[in-house]
Design a binder for this molecule. Sequence first.
Ligand SMILES: [Fe+2]
Ligand SMILES: [Fe+2]
Length: 327
Amino acid sequence: MTIAPVQSSTSLGSSGWTDTRLILALEEVVETELNRHLGVAKEWMPHEFVPWSQGRDFDGVLGGEAWNIEQSKVTPLGRVSLVVNLLTEDNLPSYHHEIATMFGREGAWGTWVHRWTAEEGRHGIAIRDFLLATRAVDPVELERARMNHMSEGFESDNAHSMLHSVAYVAFQELATRIAHRNTGKFAGDPLCEQLLAKIANDENLHMVFYRNLLKAALEIAPDQAMRAIADVVTNFRMPGHGIPGFERAAAQIALGGVYNLRIHHDDVLQPVLRNLRVMEIGGLGPEGMVAQNELGVFLDGLDAQARKFEERQAAMQARRAARRAAE
Ligand SMILES: [Fe+2]
Ligand SMILES: [Fe+2]
């Protein structure tokens, strides 16, 4: 690292590293990670995943056929989940604004911000083209939901702190990867699954970038980074939480096994925390130790909540199976 903290790390307090100094100190790591990312990210073409031959005119200007639900070949869970995933991707201008404001548009940081934005842009394009060509969802409802959601914008919960922002995106990119992958699994359409697997792969590379950055942050400012991780994990919300009808959709997505507390705990939080050995890091100051402890208590509580959720989920599935058997 070329930039030293203002004070020695043992006496740091939360003011030892300002965001500006952290951004400068991490620039080398960003450059390394950016080059690694560019080396492993493989170009792919969204248009190849869209069955254009299935597409036809809609009603309105072209006087084609209006959408109706019988035309949709994806599962009901797939429909709900695909729309949440797409609207989440659609809000990219707001996310870009957030990270460009936080990380800047200069140097390696800026190159990453723009490259990441370009990759994310492909996700919304690909999913929308797929949904419209296959008539998987109501195009009018989708457009109104997009207008509504984007008009609200997106304000990060973590804009006050660079370390909180990095910690959040490390978990959020993995959450998005898992949400896309599981949506594909349950959508009931092999091509849709392939497309979402491709997108999930991009999200995974994004996660790796931010996770490695967070690792470097834990090395240079361990107490502050630990505090950021504890805050982000204990207050985590999906980026699409502002989508109209999100609560109801999230409940369906949870029960259907696309994304729920168990998945969040086992497949999102734990892999990142284990990779960074967050719970094993020693030599922390008092601030870091308090945060690490808070995190441990929270994770135990979340695991218990996830167990309760699974019991409810199993009971509901049993009731549904019994209802089907009685029909
Ligand atoms: Fe994405
Ligand atoms: Fe991503």
